[in-house]
Structures are given as C-alpha cells and as structure tokens.
Design a protein around this ligand. Structure first.
Ligand code: HEC
Ligand code: HEC
Ligand code: HEC
Ligand code: HEC
Length: 121
C-alpha cells in the first residue's frame, strides 16, 4: 500500500472512531406503540425530545434517575406481570404508559388526553 493511501485510511478510521464516541443513541424518530384492538399509538419520539428531558420518560433499574449514555430498555422489560418486585398497578404496561403520557399532557395542557387523540384505528 502506498504511503499517502495508508495515511488517508488511518485518518478515515480515526474519524469514524471519533464519530462513534460523539454519537448519542436518541432512539427511533417515530415509534408505533401497539395497542391491539384499541388502535396503535404513533409516538413522535424526536419531536418530544426537543422540549422534554429524556429522564421525564426513561429511568434506570430500580427506578433510578436517568443518566446520559445509560442503556435504555423497552418499558415492558420491567412493567410486566412476571416482575414480582413491581407494584401491581404498574405491572401492566398500559398503566405505565398512560401514567407517563397522559399525566404530562394534562399537567402541560398540551398533547392529547382523549383516547382517540392517541389511539388510531
Ligand atoms: C416523552 C417521552 C420520551 C422522551 C422525552 C424520550 N423518550 Fe426515548 N423512548 C420513549 C418511548 C415511549 C420509547 C419506546 C419504549 C418501548 O418501546 O417500550 C423510547 C425508546 C427509546 C430508545 C429505544 C429503546 C429500545 O431498545 O427500543 C432509545 C435509545 C431512546 N428512547 C433514547 C432516548 C433519549 C436519549 C432521550 C433524550 C434525548 C429520549 N429517549 C427521550 C419515550 C421518550
Ligand atoms: C429497568 C426497569 C424499568 C424500565 C425499563 C422502565 N421502568 Fe418505569 N418503573 C420501574 C420501577 C422499578 C418503578 C418504580 C415502581 C415503584 O413505585 O416501586 C417504575 C415506575 C414507573 C412509573 C411511576 C412512577 C413515575 O415515575 O411516575 C411510571 C409512570 C413508569 N415507570 C413508566 C415507564 C415508562 C413509560 C417506561 C418506558 C419509557 C418505563 N417506565 C421503563 C422500572 C422500569
Ligand atoms: C413530559 C411531558 C410529556 C410526556 C411525558 C409525553 N408527552 Fe406527548 N406531548 C407533550 C406536549 C407538550 C405535546 C404538545 C406538543 C406539540 O403539539 O407540539 C405533546 C403532544 C403529543 C401528541 C400530539 C402531537 C404529535 O406529536 O403527534 C401525541 C400523539 C403524544 N404527545 C403522544 C405521547 C405519548 C404516546 C407519550 C408517552 C409515551 C407522550 N406523548 C408523553 C408532552 C408530553
Ligand atoms: C397520551 C396518549 C394516550 C391516551 C390519551 C390514551 N392512551 Fe391508551 N395507550 C397509550 C399507549 C402509549 C399504550 C401502550 C401501548 C403498548 O403497550 O405498547 C396504550 C395502551 C392502551 C391499552 C392496552 C392495549 C393492549 O392491547 O395492551 C388500552 C386498552 C388502552 N390504551 C385504552 C385507552 C383508553 C380507553 C383511553 C381513553 C380513556 C386511552 N387508552 C387513552 C396511549 C394513550
């Protein structure tokens, strides 16, 4: 390999590594949350991120405070009926979502609070 080319390759690799370091995983732009017969909920994730901190929705193990860069799991990884440590009411994934989503919309006076505002058939 000629020298110029290998220098270029090293520079390119370095750039890729740095990009990897700076890259934060903000998750998908839009998430379709499936709710069966009630009708799925299309959630604009990135739009919510513009004004709302990650920790308003995501928390860590044991309900610990959200920290930047921590691993983010789907809500039903913990909010499910097999999780004996979870209070009964919050075992249902639906309740965890309704509490998080609806409570904020009510509090803020923005965002849908009626069933059909979120659930679309
Ligand atoms: C208004 C609520 C809300 C805010 C704010 C929010 N998220 Fe999310 N995020 C969600 C929901 C809901 C999901 C889907 C969870 C599920 O499928 O169970 C999700 C999914 C994710 C996922 C994918 C997890 C997976 O494995 O599927 C990542 C990564 C993520 N969010 C990162 C972030 C980061 C970083 C921020 C802040 C910059 C943020 N989110 C802000 C609600 C939010
Ligand atoms: C790693 C496990 C875990 C994940 C993942 C998780 N939770 Fe939780 N969540 C908990 C625990 C533990 C509690 C506290 C239960 C208690 O009161 O003892 C909790 C409490 C809550 C509460 C009630 C307290 C509060 O903060 O208002 C809501 C609402 C909630 N979670 C919503 C969500 C949503 C929405 C997601 C996905 C975006 C999610 N959780 C992901 C473990 C988790
Ligand atoms: C901490 C506050 C907060 C939380 C938590 C939150 N939202 Fe919102 N949401 C808002 C606000 C504020 C608006 C109005 C913003 C606008 O219309 O530009 C909104 C608007 C919406 C809209 C209508 C506009 C659009 O983007 O389609 C939908 C649907 C929605 N939210 C769904 C959800 C769902 C589903 C969750 C839970 C996974 C959730 N929201 C959690 C604050 C919140
Ligand atoms: C702010 C948005 C929002 C509003 C308003 C809302 N929901 Fe939901 N609902 C959700 C989300 C998000 C889920 C969770 C989907 C999942 O588990 O991935 C859900 C789940 C459900 C489920 C569970 C479906 C299943 O198969 O597990 C039912 C039933 C439901 N909602 C009924 C209602 C009813 C009835 C109303 C009105 C009184 C309502 N919802 C209002 C967002 C909303």
């Amino acid at each position: 390999m000629n020298r110029k080319l290998s220098t270029l390759l090293v520079a390119l690799l370095f750039g890729l590594v740095m990009a990897g370091v700076a890259y934060a995983d903000n998750g998908p732009e839009t998430i379709v949350l499936e709710a069966g017969k009630k009708g799925n909920v299309t959630f604009h994730h990135h739009k919510h991120q513009e004004k709302i901190a990650c920790g308003e929705c995501h928390h860590g193990p044991g309900h610990s405070e959200y920290k930047e860069g921590m691993e983010i799991q789907e809500c039903d990884k913990c909010h499910n009926k097999q999780n004996a440590e979870m209070p009964k009411k919050l075992q249902k994934t639906m309740n965890a979502f309704h509490k998080n989503c609806k409570d904020c919309h009510k509090k803020e006076g923005h965002g849908p609070t009626k069933c059909s505002g979120c659930h679309k058939k």
